[in-house]
Design a protein around this ligand. Structure first.
Ligand code: NAD
Length: 488
Protein backbone atom coordinates (compact mmCIF):
# COMPACT_ATOMS: atom_id res chain seq x y z
CA UNK A 1 0.00 0.00 0.00
CA UNK A 2 1.29 3.46 -0.88
CA UNK A 3 1.48 5.79 2.11
CA UNK A 4 -0.49 9.00 2.23
CA UNK A 5 1.06 12.37 2.96
CA UNK A 6 -0.38 15.19 5.08
CA UNK A 7 -1.74 18.08 3.02
CA UNK A 8 -3.38 20.87 5.02
CA UNK A 9 -4.87 18.54 7.60
CA UNK A 10 -5.92 15.82 5.12
CA UNK A 11 -4.26 12.41 4.76
CA UNK A 12 -4.21 11.49 1.12
CA UNK A 13 -2.02 10.35 -1.77
CA UNK A 14 0.33 13.04 -2.97
CA UNK A 15 -0.03 13.71 -6.67
CA UNK A 16 3.72 13.25 -7.34
CA UNK A 17 5.58 10.00 -8.08
CA UNK A 18 5.89 7.17 -5.53
CA UNK A 19 9.20 6.68 -3.67
CA UNK A 20 10.63 3.76 -1.72
CA UNK A 21 11.74 4.09 1.88
CA UNK A 22 14.57 1.61 2.53
CA UNK A 23 16.24 0.37 5.71
CA UNK A 24 19.90 1.35 5.15
CA UNK A 25 21.15 -1.58 7.26
CA UNK A 26 19.95 -4.27 4.84
CA UNK A 27 18.28 -2.45 1.95
CA UNK A 28 14.87 -3.97 2.63
CA UNK A 29 11.89 -1.81 1.72
CA UNK A 30 10.12 -0.12 4.66
CA UNK A 31 7.29 1.41 2.67
CA UNK A 32 6.21 3.04 -0.55
CA UNK A 33 5.34 6.70 -0.05
CA UNK A 34 3.50 9.08 -2.32
CA UNK A 35 5.14 12.47 -2.85
CA UNK A 36 3.73 15.95 -3.28
CA UNK A 37 3.19 17.52 -6.67
CA UNK A 38 3.46 21.23 -7.41
CA UNK A 39 -0.36 21.41 -7.14
CA UNK A 40 -0.13 19.90 -3.66
CA UNK A 41 2.44 22.57 -2.73
CA UNK A 42 0.11 25.30 -3.94
CA UNK A 43 -2.85 23.85 -2.07
CA UNK A 44 -0.96 23.29 1.19
CA UNK A 45 0.49 26.81 1.23
CA UNK A 46 -2.76 28.54 0.28
CA UNK A 47 -4.62 26.68 3.02
CA UNK A 48 -1.80 27.31 5.51
CA UNK A 49 -2.07 31.02 4.81
CA UNK A 50 -5.81 30.91 5.50
CA UNK A 51 -5.31 28.78 8.62
CA UNK A 52 -2.87 31.02 10.48
CA UNK A 53 -5.10 34.05 9.84
CA UNK A 54 -8.13 32.38 11.49
CA UNK A 55 -9.06 34.36 14.63
CA UNK A 56 -9.13 31.14 16.70
CA UNK A 57 -5.40 30.66 15.95
CA UNK A 58 -4.28 34.31 15.66
CA UNK A 59 -5.93 35.23 18.94
CA UNK A 60 -5.23 31.97 20.77
CA UNK A 61 -3.79 32.66 24.20
CA UNK A 62 -0.24 31.45 24.81
CA UNK A 63 -1.42 28.71 27.15
CA UNK A 64 -3.80 27.40 24.49
CA UNK A 65 -0.95 26.94 22.00
CA UNK A 66 1.29 25.63 24.77
CA UNK A 67 -1.33 23.01 25.64
CA UNK A 68 -0.93 21.44 22.18
CA UNK A 69 2.86 21.31 22.56
CA UNK A 70 2.66 19.76 26.05
CA UNK A 71 0.40 17.11 24.56
CA UNK A 72 2.83 16.55 21.66
CA UNK A 73 5.60 16.01 24.23
CA UNK A 74 3.50 13.50 26.17
CA UNK A 75 2.52 11.53 23.06
CA UNK A 76 6.11 11.40 21.79
CA UNK A 77 7.33 10.15 25.17
CA UNK A 78 4.60 7.55 25.45
CA UNK A 79 5.61 6.17 22.03
CA UNK A 80 9.39 6.37 22.48
CA UNK A 81 10.18 2.74 21.60
CA UNK A 82 8.06 2.66 18.48
CA UNK A 83 9.30 6.06 17.24
CA UNK A 84 12.96 5.16 17.80
CA UNK A 85 12.46 1.94 15.86
CA UNK A 86 10.82 3.81 13.02
CA UNK A 87 13.66 6.32 12.88
CA UNK A 88 16.28 3.57 12.96
CA UNK A 89 14.57 1.95 9.99
CA UNK A 90 14.54 5.31 8.22
CA UNK A 91 18.22 6.21 8.67
CA UNK A 92 20.16 3.25 10.09
CA UNK A 93 21.26 4.88 13.36
CA UNK A 94 21.55 2.61 16.40
CA UNK A 95 18.45 2.43 18.58
CA UNK A 96 20.27 4.03 21.53
CA UNK A 97 20.84 7.15 19.41
CA UNK A 98 17.39 7.34 17.88
CA UNK A 99 15.88 6.91 21.35
CA UNK A 100 17.86 9.92 22.56
CA UNK A 101 16.64 11.94 19.57
CA UNK A 102 13.01 11.04 20.23
CA UNK A 103 13.31 12.04 23.90
CA UNK A 104 15.05 15.25 22.88
CA UNK A 105 12.12 16.03 20.54
CA UNK A 106 9.69 15.59 23.46
CA UNK A 107 11.82 17.82 25.69
CA UNK A 108 11.95 20.50 22.97
CA UNK A 109 8.17 20.53 22.62
CA UNK A 110 7.76 20.83 26.41
CA UNK A 111 10.39 23.56 26.82
CA UNK A 112 8.91 25.55 23.93
CA UNK A 113 5.45 25.27 25.47
CA UNK A 114 6.78 26.72 28.74
CA UNK A 115 8.68 29.45 26.89
CA UNK A 116 5.54 30.33 24.93
CA UNK A 117 3.49 30.65 28.10
CA UNK A 118 6.01 32.88 29.83
CA UNK A 119 7.10 35.11 26.96
CA UNK A 120 6.63 38.81 27.79
CA UNK A 121 5.94 41.72 25.53
CA UNK A 122 7.65 44.95 26.54
CA UNK A 123 6.39 48.38 27.38
CA UNK A 124 9.19 50.49 25.97
CA UNK A 125 10.91 53.29 27.85
CA UNK A 126 8.86 56.47 27.73
CA UNK A 127 10.36 59.51 25.99
CA UNK A 128 7.39 61.76 26.64
CA UNK A 129 4.40 61.81 28.94
CA UNK A 130 1.77 62.21 26.22
CA UNK A 131 1.94 58.75 24.70
CA UNK A 132 2.69 55.19 25.64
CA UNK A 133 4.57 52.72 23.45
CA UNK A 134 4.37 49.01 23.38
CA UNK A 135 6.39 46.58 21.30
CA UNK A 136 4.55 43.39 20.40
CA UNK A 137 5.59 40.29 18.46
CA UNK A 138 3.40 38.83 15.75
CA UNK A 139 3.63 35.68 13.61
CA UNK A 140 5.34 35.94 10.21
CA UNK A 141 2.70 33.76 8.52
CA UNK A 142 3.60 30.60 6.61
CA UNK A 143 6.97 29.07 7.53
CA UNK A 144 8.87 26.57 5.36
CA UNK A 145 10.72 24.03 7.51
CA UNK A 146 13.19 22.01 5.41
CA UNK A 147 15.12 19.27 7.21
CA UNK A 148 17.87 16.68 6.61
CA UNK A 149 17.89 12.93 7.29
CA UNK A 150 20.48 12.64 10.02
CA UNK A 151 18.52 13.61 13.17
CA UNK A 152 14.98 13.84 11.85
CA UNK A 153 12.47 13.98 14.69
CA UNK A 154 14.68 16.22 16.82
CA UNK A 155 15.51 18.73 14.10
CA UNK A 156 11.88 18.79 12.99
CA UNK A 157 10.36 19.49 16.39
CA UNK A 158 13.07 22.12 16.87
CA UNK A 159 11.41 24.03 14.02
CA UNK A 160 7.74 23.05 14.33
CA UNK A 161 7.40 23.77 18.05
CA UNK A 162 8.63 27.40 18.06
CA UNK A 163 7.05 28.21 14.69
CA UNK A 164 3.61 27.02 15.85
CA UNK A 165 4.02 28.49 19.35
CA UNK A 166 4.60 31.82 17.61
CA UNK A 167 1.24 31.52 15.84
CA UNK A 168 2.41 30.57 12.34
CA UNK A 169 1.50 27.74 9.98
CA UNK A 170 4.26 25.35 8.86
CA UNK A 171 4.98 23.47 5.66
CA UNK A 172 7.47 20.73 6.55
CA UNK A 173 9.59 19.26 3.75
CA UNK A 174 11.56 16.40 5.30
CA UNK A 175 14.49 14.65 3.61
CA UNK A 176 13.14 11.91 1.34
CA UNK A 177 15.05 9.23 3.27
CA UNK A 178 13.33 10.06 6.55
CA UNK A 179 9.80 10.81 5.41
CA UNK A 180 8.23 8.06 7.54
CA UNK A 181 9.17 9.63 10.87
CA UNK A 182 8.11 13.09 9.62
CA UNK A 183 4.67 11.76 8.64
CA UNK A 184 4.33 10.11 12.05
CA UNK A 185 5.09 13.46 13.63
CA UNK A 186 2.19 15.00 11.70
CA UNK A 187 -0.11 12.34 13.22
CA UNK A 188 1.13 13.31 16.67
CA UNK A 189 0.44 17.02 16.15
CA UNK A 190 -2.99 16.14 14.78
CA UNK A 191 -3.76 13.94 17.80
CA UNK A 192 -2.55 16.73 20.11
CA UNK A 193 -5.26 19.00 18.70
CA UNK A 194 -3.45 21.22 16.19
CA UNK A 195 -6.18 22.85 14.08
CA UNK A 196 -6.44 21.74 10.43
CA UNK A 197 -4.33 23.49 7.83
CA UNK A 198 -1.60 24.70 10.18
CA UNK A 199 0.72 21.83 9.31
CA UNK A 200 1.47 20.01 6.08
CA UNK A 201 4.17 17.40 5.54
CA UNK A 202 5.11 17.45 1.88
CA UNK A 203 7.36 14.55 0.97
CA UNK A 204 9.36 15.07 -2.21
CA UNK A 205 12.58 15.99 -3.96
CA UNK A 206 14.39 18.95 -2.43
CA UNK A 207 15.30 20.52 -5.75
CA UNK A 208 11.66 20.40 -6.93
CA UNK A 209 9.27 20.41 -3.98
CA UNK A 210 11.59 22.08 -1.43
CA UNK A 211 12.49 24.72 -3.97
CA UNK A 212 8.84 25.37 -4.91
CA UNK A 213 7.90 25.79 -1.23
CA UNK A 214 10.76 28.23 -0.62
CA UNK A 215 9.90 30.24 -3.77
CA UNK A 216 6.20 30.54 -2.98
CA UNK A 217 5.22 34.18 -2.33
CA UNK A 218 3.09 33.29 0.71
CA UNK A 219 6.05 31.65 2.50
CA UNK A 220 7.49 34.32 4.80
CA UNK A 221 10.32 32.47 6.52
CA UNK A 222 12.63 29.61 5.54
CA UNK A 223 13.93 27.57 8.44
CA UNK A 224 16.50 25.20 6.98
CA UNK A 225 18.86 22.54 8.30
CA UNK A 226 21.08 20.78 5.80
CA UNK A 227 24.11 21.19 3.57
CA UNK A 228 25.86 24.52 3.03
CA UNK A 229 25.32 24.64 -0.74
CA UNK A 230 21.56 24.06 -0.34
CA UNK A 231 21.52 26.68 2.42
CA UNK A 232 23.24 29.19 0.18
CA UNK A 233 20.70 28.50 -2.59
CA UNK A 234 17.80 29.06 -0.15
CA UNK A 235 19.44 32.25 1.15
CA UNK A 236 19.41 33.60 -2.43
CA UNK A 237 15.69 32.86 -2.70
CA UNK A 238 15.07 34.52 0.68
CA UNK A 239 17.11 37.58 -0.33
CA UNK A 240 15.09 37.96 -3.50
CA UNK A 241 11.82 37.73 -1.53
CA UNK A 242 13.15 39.84 1.37
CA UNK A 243 12.21 37.25 3.95
CA UNK A 244 14.17 35.94 6.90
CA UNK A 245 15.96 32.63 7.08
CA UNK A 246 17.51 30.52 9.72
CA UNK A 247 20.21 28.27 8.27
CA UNK A 248 21.79 25.40 10.22
CA UNK A 249 24.47 24.10 7.88
CA UNK A 250 27.56 21.92 7.64
CA UNK A 251 30.71 21.72 9.74
CA UNK A 252 34.29 20.50 10.00
CA UNK A 253 34.65 20.93 13.71
CA UNK A 254 38.07 21.00 15.39
CA UNK A 255 38.73 19.04 18.55
CA UNK A 256 41.78 20.04 20.55
CA UNK A 257 43.85 18.08 23.07
CA UNK A 258 46.08 20.13 25.36
CA UNK A 259 49.11 18.43 26.92
CA UNK A 260 47.59 18.52 30.40
CA UNK A 261 44.30 16.82 29.39
CA UNK A 262 42.96 13.70 31.09
CA UNK A 263 44.08 11.63 28.11
CA UNK A 264 41.85 8.64 28.72
CA UNK A 265 38.73 10.78 29.07
CA UNK A 266 39.74 12.84 26.03
CA UNK A 267 40.40 9.82 23.80
CA UNK A 268 37.00 8.28 24.62
CA UNK A 269 35.25 11.63 24.17
CA UNK A 270 36.92 12.25 20.83
CA UNK A 271 36.04 8.77 19.51
CA UNK A 272 32.42 9.43 20.50
CA UNK A 273 32.50 12.94 18.99
CA UNK A 274 33.46 11.71 15.54
CA UNK A 275 32.23 8.12 15.29
CA UNK A 276 28.76 8.27 16.90
CA UNK A 277 26.07 8.51 14.21
CA UNK A 278 28.80 7.02 11.97
CA UNK A 279 30.09 10.57 11.64
CA UNK A 280 26.86 11.72 9.99
CA UNK A 281 26.45 14.68 12.31
CA UNK A 282 26.88 18.34 11.47
CA UNK A 283 28.77 18.75 14.75
CA UNK A 284 31.03 15.69 14.29
CA UNK A 285 34.48 16.50 15.68
CA UNK A 286 36.16 15.64 12.40
CA UNK A 287 39.50 17.51 12.69
CA UNK A 288 41.67 16.58 15.65
CA UNK A 289 44.60 18.71 16.84
CA UNK A 290 46.94 17.03 19.34
CA UNK A 291 49.77 18.89 21.05
CA UNK A 292 53.07 17.71 19.54
CA UNK A 293 54.44 16.61 22.94
CA UNK A 294 51.73 13.93 23.40
CA UNK A 295 50.94 13.21 19.75
CA UNK A 296 52.24 9.63 19.43
CA UNK A 297 50.99 8.43 22.81
CA UNK A 298 47.54 9.96 22.40
CA UNK A 299 47.09 8.76 18.83
CA UNK A 300 48.03 5.20 19.85
CA UNK A 301 45.34 5.18 22.55
CA UNK A 302 42.75 6.67 20.20
CA UNK A 303 43.45 3.98 17.61
CA UNK A 304 43.09 1.33 20.30
CA UNK A 305 39.69 2.69 21.34
CA UNK A 306 38.61 2.91 17.70
CA UNK A 307 39.61 -0.71 17.19
CA UNK A 308 37.20 -1.69 19.97
CA UNK A 309 34.16 0.06 18.48
CA UNK A 310 31.31 -2.25 17.53
CA UNK A 311 29.91 -1.52 14.06
CA UNK A 312 26.83 -3.50 13.30
CA UNK A 313 23.12 -3.88 12.84
CA UNK A 314 21.52 -0.74 14.31
CA UNK A 315 18.75 -2.76 15.94
CA UNK A 316 21.24 -4.96 17.83
CA UNK A 317 22.02 -3.94 21.42
CA UNK A 318 25.37 -2.35 22.35
CA UNK A 319 26.23 -1.23 18.82
CA UNK A 320 28.33 1.96 18.61
CA UNK A 321 27.95 2.62 14.90
CA UNK A 322 25.18 1.64 12.49
CA UNK A 323 24.94 2.02 8.76
CA UNK A 324 25.52 5.06 6.59
CA UNK A 325 22.36 6.44 5.00
CA UNK A 326 22.82 4.72 1.61
CA UNK A 327 25.29 3.29 -0.90
CA UNK A 328 25.71 6.57 -2.72
CA UNK A 329 26.80 8.27 0.49
CA UNK A 330 29.14 5.38 1.31
CA UNK A 331 30.79 5.83 -2.08
CA UNK A 332 31.21 9.56 -1.38
CA UNK A 333 32.82 8.87 2.03
CA UNK A 334 35.20 6.37 0.43
CA UNK A 335 36.12 8.82 -2.34
CA UNK A 336 37.28 11.24 0.38
CA UNK A 337 39.48 8.54 1.92
CA UNK A 338 41.04 7.87 -1.49
CA UNK A 339 41.53 11.62 -1.95
CA UNK A 340 43.23 11.82 1.46
CA UNK A 341 45.70 9.15 0.33
CA UNK A 342 46.33 11.03 -2.90
CA UNK A 343 46.95 14.16 -0.83
CA UNK A 344 49.69 12.32 1.09
CA UNK A 345 47.65 11.09 4.07
CA UNK A 346 48.12 7.75 5.83
CA UNK A 347 45.13 5.64 6.79
CA UNK A 348 46.01 4.47 10.30
CA UNK A 349 42.85 2.44 10.79
CA UNK A 350 39.71 1.75 8.74
CA UNK A 351 39.50 3.20 5.26
CA UNK A 352 37.10 0.69 3.77
CA UNK A 353 33.50 -0.51 3.69
CA UNK A 354 32.40 -3.51 5.75
CA UNK A 355 30.97 -6.11 3.42
CA UNK A 356 30.74 -9.21 5.57
CA UNK A 357 28.41 -10.83 8.09
CA UNK A 358 25.46 -8.81 9.33
CA UNK A 359 26.83 -5.75 7.48
CA UNK A 360 26.90 -7.44 4.06
CA UNK A 361 23.66 -5.99 2.73
CA UNK A 362 23.91 -2.47 4.11
CA UNK A 363 26.14 0.60 3.75
CA UNK A 364 28.59 0.14 6.62
CA UNK A 365 31.99 1.85 6.79
CA UNK A 366 34.85 1.24 9.19
CA UNK A 367 35.74 4.01 11.63
CA UNK A 368 38.70 5.66 9.95
CA UNK A 369 41.64 7.73 11.18
CA UNK A 370 43.94 9.54 8.79
CA UNK A 371 47.24 11.25 9.65
CA UNK A 372 49.94 13.10 7.74
CA UNK A 373 47.74 15.76 6.16
CA UNK A 374 48.07 19.52 6.28
CA UNK A 375 45.02 21.44 7.48
CA UNK A 376 44.80 23.06 4.02
CA UNK A 377 44.30 19.63 2.36
CA UNK A 378 40.89 19.22 0.74
CA UNK A 379 40.11 16.30 3.07
CA UNK A 380 40.69 18.61 6.06
CA UNK A 381 38.62 21.44 4.62
CA UNK A 382 35.51 19.71 3.24
CA UNK A 383 32.73 18.05 5.20
CA UNK A 384 32.86 14.28 4.66
CA UNK A 385 29.81 13.50 6.83
CA UNK A 386 31.08 10.02 7.61
CA UNK A 387 33.24 8.17 10.17
CA UNK A 388 36.52 9.77 9.08
CA UNK A 389 38.81 11.66 11.45
CA UNK A 390 41.83 13.64 10.24
CA UNK A 391 44.53 14.06 12.89
CA UNK A 392 47.08 16.86 13.00
CA UNK A 393 49.52 18.19 15.56
CA UNK A 394 50.25 21.70 16.79
CA UNK A 395 53.23 23.31 18.49
CA UNK A 396 51.78 26.23 20.44
CA UNK A 397 48.53 28.01 21.10
CA UNK A 398 48.94 30.56 18.33
CA UNK A 399 49.59 27.82 15.78
CA UNK A 400 46.58 25.90 17.15
CA UNK A 401 44.11 28.79 16.89
CA UNK A 402 45.36 29.64 13.41
CA UNK A 403 44.83 26.06 12.17
CA UNK A 404 41.53 25.49 14.00
CA UNK A 405 40.04 28.70 12.56
CA UNK A 406 41.43 28.07 9.09
CA UNK A 407 38.16 26.63 7.77
CA UNK A 408 35.15 28.01 5.93
CA UNK A 409 32.99 26.34 8.60
CA UNK A 410 32.39 27.47 12.18
CA UNK A 411 29.84 25.18 13.77
CA UNK A 412 31.43 23.65 16.89
CA UNK A 413 34.66 22.76 18.65
CA UNK A 414 35.89 20.58 21.50
CA UNK A 415 38.68 21.32 23.98
CA UNK A 416 40.20 18.72 26.31
CA UNK A 417 42.30 20.13 29.16
CA UNK A 418 42.40 20.32 32.96
CA UNK A 419 43.21 24.04 32.76
CA UNK A 420 39.90 25.90 32.64
CA UNK A 421 41.53 29.33 32.31
CA UNK A 422 43.31 28.17 29.16
CA UNK A 423 40.13 26.45 27.92
CA UNK A 424 38.18 29.70 28.31
CA UNK A 425 40.77 31.69 26.36
CA UNK A 426 40.81 29.16 23.51
CA UNK A 427 37.00 28.93 23.52
CA UNK A 428 36.79 32.72 23.07
CA UNK A 429 39.37 32.67 20.25
CA UNK A 430 37.63 29.96 18.20
CA UNK A 431 35.29 31.13 15.42
CA UNK A 432 32.47 28.67 16.11
CA UNK A 433 28.92 28.74 17.45
CA UNK A 434 29.31 26.06 20.16
CA UNK A 435 32.32 25.03 22.25
CA UNK A 436 32.42 21.92 24.42
CA UNK A 437 35.09 21.72 27.13
CA UNK A 438 35.81 18.23 28.48
CA UNK A 439 32.64 16.93 26.88
CA UNK A 440 31.23 16.71 23.36
CA UNK A 441 27.84 16.57 21.61
CA UNK A 442 26.02 17.61 24.77
CA UNK A 443 22.89 19.67 24.23
CA UNK A 444 20.60 21.78 26.30
CA UNK A 445 17.41 23.11 24.75
CA UNK A 446 17.89 26.32 26.73
CA UNK A 447 21.22 27.10 25.01
CA UNK A 448 20.95 28.71 21.56
CA UNK A 449 22.54 26.69 18.74
CA UNK A 450 23.87 27.79 15.36
CA UNK A 451 26.96 28.36 13.28
CA UNK A 452 29.53 31.01 12.42
CA UNK A 453 30.77 31.49 8.84
CA UNK A 454 29.52 28.89 6.30
CA UNK A 455 27.91 26.86 9.10
CA UNK A 456 24.86 29.07 9.12
CA UNK A 457 22.90 32.14 10.05
CA UNK A 458 20.61 32.58 13.06
CA UNK A 459 20.15 30.56 16.23
CA UNK A 460 17.64 27.86 17.13
CA UNK A 461 16.55 26.80 20.61
CA UNK A 462 16.85 28.91 23.74
CA UNK A 463 13.98 30.59 25.56
CA UNK A 464 13.78 33.32 22.93
CA UNK A 465 13.95 30.93 19.95
CA UNK A 466 10.25 31.57 19.35
CA UNK A 467 11.00 35.20 18.51
CA UNK A 468 12.88 34.19 15.37
CA UNK A 469 9.50 33.06 14.00
CA UNK A 470 7.89 36.43 14.76
CA UNK A 471 8.09 40.01 13.64
CA UNK A 472 8.06 42.98 15.93
CA UNK A 473 5.47 45.76 15.84
CA UNK A 474 5.52 49.00 17.84
CA UNK A 475 2.19 50.50 18.86
CA UNK A 476 1.85 54.10 20.08
CA UNK A 477 -1.10 55.15 22.27
CA UNK A 478 -1.72 58.91 22.33
CA UNK A 479 -2.60 60.06 25.85
CA UNK A 480 -3.38 63.75 25.64
CA UNK A 481 -6.03 65.89 24.00
CA UNK A 482 -3.64 67.57 21.56
CA UNK A 483 -1.66 64.72 20.04
CA UNK A 484 0.14 66.67 17.30
CA UNK A 485 1.87 70.02 16.98
CA UNK A 486 -0.65 71.35 14.44
CA UNK A 487 -3.55 71.21 16.89
CA UNK A 488 -4.87 74.67 17.81
P1 NAD B 1 20.77 18.60 1.94
O1 NAD B 1 21.13 20.03 1.94
O2 NAD B 1 21.08 17.80 0.73
O3 NAD B 1 19.20 18.40 2.20
C1 NAD B 1 18.55 18.96 3.31
C2 NAD B 1 17.10 19.19 2.96
O4 NAD B 1 17.03 20.17 1.91
C3 NAD B 1 16.38 17.95 2.42
O5 NAD B 1 15.05 17.95 2.88
C4 NAD B 1 16.44 18.16 0.92
O6 NAD B 1 15.43 17.46 0.22
C5 NAD B 1 16.26 19.66 0.85
N1 NAD B 1 16.75 20.29 -0.41
C6 NAD B 1 17.77 19.86 -1.20
N2 NAD B 1 17.91 20.69 -2.26
C7 NAD B 1 16.98 21.66 -2.12
C8 NAD B 1 16.63 22.82 -2.88
N3 NAD B 1 17.27 23.13 -4.02
N4 NAD B 1 15.62 23.60 -2.45
C9 NAD B 1 14.96 23.31 -1.29
N5 NAD B 1 15.24 22.22 -0.53
C10 NAD B 1 16.24 21.41 -0.94
O7 NAD B 1 21.45 17.96 3.23
P2 NAD B 1 21.42 16.44 3.72
O8 NAD B 1 22.37 15.66 2.87
O9 NAD B 1 20.02 15.96 3.83
O10 NAD B 1 22.00 16.60 5.20
C11 NAD B 1 23.35 16.64 5.49
C12 NAD B 1 23.81 18.07 5.71
O11 NAD B 1 23.04 18.69 6.73
C13 NAD B 1 25.24 18.12 6.21
O12 NAD B 1 25.93 19.14 5.52
C14 NAD B 1 25.10 18.47 7.68
O13 NAD B 1 26.22 19.09 8.24
C15 NAD B 1 23.90 19.35 7.66
N6 NAD B 1 23.28 19.41 8.99
C16 NAD B 1 23.39 20.57 9.72
C17 NAD B 1 22.86 20.65 11.01
C18 NAD B 1 22.99 21.90 11.83
O14 NAD B 1 22.24 22.04 12.79
N7 NAD B 1 23.91 22.79 11.53
C19 NAD B 1 22.18 19.55 11.55
C20 NAD B 1 22.07 18.39 10.77
C21 NAD B 1 22.62 18.34 9.49
Amino acid sequence: MVKHIYIAGEWRLGRGHVIESRFPADNTINAHISTASLEDVEEAITKADQAWRQPQWRNALPHERAKILYKVADIIESRVDELSQLQTRDNGKPLSETRALVLSAAATARFTAAACETLNEELTTQRAADFMTMSVHEPVGVVAAITPWNSPIASEVQKLAPALAAGNAVILKPAEATSLIALELAKIFEEAGLPKGLLSVLVGRGSVIGDAIAQHPLVRKISFTGGTSTGRHLAHIAAEKLITTSLELGGKSPTIVLPDADLEMAAKGIAYGIFSSAGQACIAGSRLFIHASIYEKFLARLVEITQGLRVGHPEAPHVHMGSLINEKHLASVHRYVELAKAEGGTVVIGGEAITEGECAKGSFYKPTIITGLDNRAQTCQEEIFGPVLVVMSYENEQDLIQQANDSCFGLAAGIWTENYRKAWQIARALEVGTVWINTYKKFSISAPFGGFKDSGIGREKGRLGILSYMQQKSIYLGLNEQPNPWAD
